[in-house]
Design a protein around this ligand. Sequence first.
Ligand code: NAI
Length: 462
Amino acid sequence: MASYDVIIIGSGPGGYVCAIRCAQLGLKTACVEGRETLGGTCLNIGCIPSKALLHASHMLHEAEHNFASMGLKGKAPSVDWKQMLAYKEDTIGQNTKGIEFLFKKNKIDWLKGWGSIPQTGKVKVGDQVHEAKNIIIASGSEPTSLPGVEVDEKVVVTSTGALELGKIPKKMVVIGAGVIGLELGSVYKRLGSEVTVIEYLDAITPGMDAEVQKTFQRILKKQGIDFIMGAAVQKTEATKTKAKVHYKLRKDDSDHVLDADVVLLATGRKPYTDGLGLDSIGIKMSDRGQIEVDAHWQTNVKGIYAIGDCITGPMLAHKAEDEGMAAAEQVAGKHGHVNYGVIPGVIYTHPEVANVGETEESLKDQGRKYKAGKFSFMGNGRAKANFAADGFVKILADAETDRILGAHIIGPAAGDLVHEICVAMEFGASAEDLAMTCHAHPTYSEAVREAALACGDGPIHS
Ligand code: NAI
């Protein structure tokens, strides 16, 4: 048995970042992880492997569609699926080993096994019970299930199985037009699968700016992804190699069936707190299964904190990381803080989609007066040269003060461009502040400046 200032349960982006910050602040720290490797869902079966497959499949798409017009002649490459999966595994390995190295460097003990909290101040891992002045739960999330849809991770898969399919399916049906469905649907579309997305609502990516939703869906359709909107999946019937997906159209209650080689279930994620023993120590949970915390990430039990996907808020790695750093500072007696109004969201399709802050819809709901400055990538020289002129930047600013309230980008490098606006929002900047900042030419970021100019006297290039 060892004794620690803090034990963190879970080594995903929330947990490992929290552990590193705790150690840097001089706390004796351990992190419990039951997987063979550190990094949680994000590094092992989520963000990182999906980005490897998105990158490889995008390269293929470029070779097939844009090389010839740039004067790069020759046959487009064929796909060696085994090698692509090996590249993905190698990417995972480099990242998870990187965290292991950081743990050693910061003298963080990795307690290998699945942890539980038998009582306040104690964490049990295997048959060992360790003492901890503070416990931080960062146990993450898992895919939600759908009644009638039995996942075998071979024919009917979640994102986990979709990242290691035996072969590229001829026909893939995706249930849910959210972030996971569209990212992984894009991967397989580019690799040659016929992809049909079935979505319950009438718009894709719920909660996103409506104009972005429409443009995004139009672009994905142009890329060959089919959509069945307003349809509720009822059940799947699977054999060892094929499946049938039964769905009902909401508009007329009619029943339909689609055949697929692989069905991807991507209808959301839910907090993962199984086996922690939270019930027995009286930790308060919401009716959605989230651990309830106060403004300092402390649960109703003193000395036990929770961060990341297992508490409220968007299920995003970077939100968990920020909470991890802030909770570490709280535990160390400092003042950790997270600005929940400035958390970017990114979808890593091509083009990328990124957003931060308010949408036009949320501002209208609040009855707030705002200006929307929009600029199309068609007016951006760099985007045109790179076959990436589809999409736009939209900045929303307060009608009276000009303070930036939100931004929505669909286009090249949107996931990077959005951060200039995040920094501006952190500093309480106005759209004019952005517009008056010199932006290098020719860069995609000029589109951000032009959108800021569109909130004032107007953009130059449209
Ligand atoms: P999601 O919540 O983004 O989307 C799920 C979609 O499924 C919704 O559009 C919903 O209307 C639809 N749906 C639900 N039941 C249905 C039914 N019976 N039939 C048809 N459609 C149905 O969930 P997703 O994509 O699974 O992602 C889970 C979480 O992981 C999200 O919180 C997301 O933010 C996070 N994530 C973030 C990524 C990123 O930031 N790039 C990448 C991957 C995941």
